[in-house]
Design a protein around this ligand. Sequence first.
Ligand code: ZN
Length: 276
Amino acid sequence: MAKLPALFIVFTLMLGLTKTHVASAKTQLTEQFFQGALIVGKTAPENRVMLNGKAIKVSASGDYALGFSRDEKNNSVLTITSPSGEIEKRTLKPLKREYNIQRIEGIAKKIMNPNKKANIRVGEDNKKIKAARTIDSNLTAFAQGFIAPIEGTITGVYGSQRYYNGVPKWPHYGLDYAGNTGDPVKAPADGVVLMYVPDMFYSGGTMIIDHGHGVSSTFLHLSDAYVNVGDKVVKGQLVAAVGSSGRATGPHLDWRINWFDVRLDPALVLKLTPLK
Ligand SMILES: [Zn+2]
């Protein structure tokens, strides 16, 4: 595990100071600001919140969510406006991380270029996943905190990337856990099951759970599902079984966290320091 950079601590203190000077907006920001972080904020429920000029949903209890992508380099501006027109502005600066990069040479061409039929299937899979991740529900489970969905050793981390024959591949956006086929997968927070497809091309048995305000969990390579689309689930509830379906090298659980289409780091929602 990496040590917290000094900059992070300084930045947190600065936020803390700003907070005390703007008591009127009752704004709290409680999360880390690393690249890949889910940020859960709290403000007075009657306030309006905007990120870079775009409105963000605020719950009846004042919770809101936002997130930074793996490679976000730009500062974001968070604007909180009270009903009386008081405006509070925060500049959110994502802290740069270093990711695990591996270079692998001598890969056979057929593995690098999937055939046309496969590409059509992948396109259909991606459409379903994309649609699920546009849902902006009123659930507020994202604010309750997350637990690990499985008791297992972490074998793959967010942000890692391989270069095959010098060509960069899609970075790995999940947290991989070692497991055996059939091992129980639990809901990491309350939510509603948005999607389950048993046989996606790459990700095999794939489940998406909505935690509200665009925050979702995705589980890949599942061998079974114990809940149906539309079911409410509670944190810790058995929802699925570990598998090796799709293009997996062996049984394991790959868990993803999204804020809409922004891919976030599950390790950060578990309050772990960034893993490399
Ligand atoms: Zn994975």
